[in-house]
Each structure stands twice: as C-alpha cells, then as structure tokens.
Design a protein around this ligand. Structure first.
Ligand SMILES: *[C@@H]1O[C@H](CO)[C@@H](O)[C@H](O)[C@H]1NC(C)=O
Ligand SMILES: *[C@@H]1O[C@H](CO)[C@@H](O)[C@H](O)[C@H]1NC(C)=O
Ligand SMILES: *[C@@H]1O[C@H](CO)[C@@H](O)[C@H](O)[C@H]1NC(C)=O
Ligand SMILES: *[C@@H]1O[C@H](CO)[C@@H](O)[C@H](O)[C@H]1NC(C)=O
Length: 274
C-alpha cells in the first residue's frame, strides 16, 4: 500500500485516492498468553503488510494486579531490566516488534497494547493495535500443622496456602469421617513482595471428635493447579502420645521377645534327655 504525499492518515483506516487497498493494520500475537511466574513472555506486534515507511513501535501496559489501583496504565514500556524490545524494520513481509518479558511476576499481569508510528517524507500515520492479554499464575505450597489448644485435649489445626496468584483461592476442610467441622473463616489474603498471596484457615478439633485413626484433610483449589492439593493428618500423627507409648512399650518389646523365642527354639537343640 502506498500513501501519497499530503495525505495525513490516522489509525488503521487510511486509503489513497479511489483505490481501495488493504488497510494497514497491526496484528498482535498471541491474543492471550497464560504463564507461570518465572517463565518468559514473548509478545509480538506486526504490520500486516509492508508500508514502505519507517516504523516506530511503542508498547504500553494496563496492569491488572489488584494493587495496580489508579496507576495501572504504564508509560511507554522502556527497554530495561526484565523488558527487552526488538524491532525488525525490514523483516519480510513487514516490520515487527517483539516485547520479551523475562521471569514474569504477578505484577506483570495485564493487557499489553502496541502502536506504531509510520513516518514518510511528508506523510505520517499512527496506528493503534488491539492488545495481548497476559495472565500470570503462581502455584501455592500447602502446609498443615497441628498444635495443642489451651483447652485440654483439643487441638488447633492450621492450614496455609503460600505464594499463589491470582488471589482467588479456596481452602476447605474435609473431615467426613468424623462429622461436621466448623473452621474459622478464611482471613483476607496477605500480599508478598513478589506479588503473590498467602492465606490460612484454622480448625479447632475437640478431643471427642477425634476418634482413633480419623483423618482430617485440608483441600486447596486454585486456578494454577490441574487438580486440588490435599494434605491430611491423623490422630496418631498428633494427639495420642498414648498410642505412641503403647506401640513402643508394649508392641515393640513383645515382638522382640517373640523373635528371640523363635530364634531360640529353632537354633538351640532341644535338651537331650538321658
Ligand atoms: C500513583 O502514583 C502516584 C505518584 O507516583 C502516587 O503518589 C500515588 O500514591 C499512586 N497511587 C496508587 C493508588 O498507588
Ligand atoms: C528467559 O530469558 C532470559 C533472558 O532473556 C534467559 O536467560 C532465560 O534462559 C530465559 N528462560 C527461559 C525459560 O526461556
Ligand atoms: C491510540 O493510542 C493512543 C496512545 O495510547 C491514545 O491516546 C489514542 O486515544 C488511541 N486511539 C485509538 C483510536 O484507540
Ligand atoms: C484460649 O485461647 C483463646 C484465644 O486463643 C482465648 O480467647 C481464651 O481466653 C483462652 N482460654 C484460656 C482458658 O486460656
């Protein structure tokens, strides 16, 4: 497509004379990118045809991290730190600009816009493209701990999901074998420096609820996980010092005596009678 001198074109729809050409457009790819924190993002912005002009590309972001607030629209993205921009002016069939964001973090979550300034001797045009949606996910770690409560015999179970993004998460308790559980409500998530979040839930388990061998599990669902994470705890893991004592003081010595007896009777010849 050829732009004639004297015609000032703005945006994507710019024609010369009566010849209806194929309008120059910016093509962004991919339209949607979903990455785990730490991966590299490659965003590409290309003219759909050779314009015959010098092209200057610009990238801009509208951040979608919950902390972005009113400052969510960035200035033009500069090439520094984790951001690098490479433009190939003469790459066939048309100029292309590539934005590489290395080691993406939850703070990079957003929409990335591309624009190009086409500059001829007497003509120029500014084209805006659409945007690339960049989603970033961070996988949480799940931990389940148990400690005695100040009410005798009962315990407090505490389940934590650490380092996830986006901030929507579901933490639940599964104690179907011992009946209904009433956890304290999940508190508001806390924000980490890297833009990920953590939350926890606690559960008070009374001694009466805790039957031998009963299992209580903490289940975490999050969009970064293909299936929910699950950690479980049993009575014998925590409460019953009595069960441990039984095992060590009764069962173990009994086994030792039994083994000694077997060894004794199989190895020692029966007493010879005269
Ligand atoms: C936005 O940026 C200005 C200036 O950098 C700052 O004073 C203000 O607190 C920021 N607002 C938010 C919501 O971060
Ligand atoms: C991400 O990019 C950086 C530098 O741009 C490079 O050193 C690193 O190997 C890349 N990582 C992956 C997983 O491609
Ligand atoms: C194109 O982008 C510029 C800079 O972001 C903006 O000021 C302008 O309103 C946009 N124009 C259109 C038609 O989207
Ligand atoms: C037990 O702890 C809770 C809070 O954790 C407190 O409100 C309560 O007063 C404590 N009870 C006793 C008997 O110390």
């Amino acid at each position: 497509m050829n732009l004639h001198g004297g015609i000032y074109c703005l945006w994507a729809f710019c024609f010369t004379g009566t010849t209806v050409g194929n309008p120059i457009k910016l093509l962004l790819s991919p339209s949607h990118l979903s990455l785990l924190a730490g991966e590299n993002a490659t965003l590409s912005c290309r003219l759909n045809q050779n314009s015959g002009f010098k092209s200057y590309f610009y990238w801009k972001a509208v951040k979608q991290h919950p902390t972005a607030g009113e400052n969510k629209t960035s200035d033009f993205i500069e090439e520094k730190g984790r951001f690098s921009i490479s433009t190939e002016e003469d790459s066939p069939p048309a100029a292309v600009s590539t934005l590489l964001i290395s080691d993406v973090s939850p703070y990079d979550h957003g929409r990335y816009f591309c624009a190009v300034h086409l500059l001829g001797d007497t003509t120029h045009a500014l084209l805006n493209g659409t945007y690339i949606q960049l989603d970033v996910k961070a996988r949480p770690q799940l931990s389940l701990t148990s400690h005695p409560s100040n009410t005798s015999g009962s315990r407090i179970l505490s389940c934590s999901a650490v380092g996830y993004y986006p901030p929507d998460v579901s933490l639940s308790w599964d104690g179907s074998s011992i009946g209904v559980l009433s956890p304290t409500p999940q508190g508001p998530p806390t924000l980490h420096r890297d833009g990920s979040y953590s939350t926890s839930s606690t559960l008070l388990v009374t001694e009466a609820l805790w039957i031998t061998g009963a299992e209580i599990a903490c289940v975490l669902s999050h969009s970064s996980l293909t299936e929910p994470l699950r950690k479980s705890i049993r009575q014998e893991d925590t409460f019953s010092d009595a069960a441990v004592i039984t095992r060590h003081c009764v069962i173990v010595p009994a086994l030792v005596i039994e083994i000694l007896c077997v060894v004794y009777f199989s190895l020692c010849p029966a007493p010879v009678r005269n």
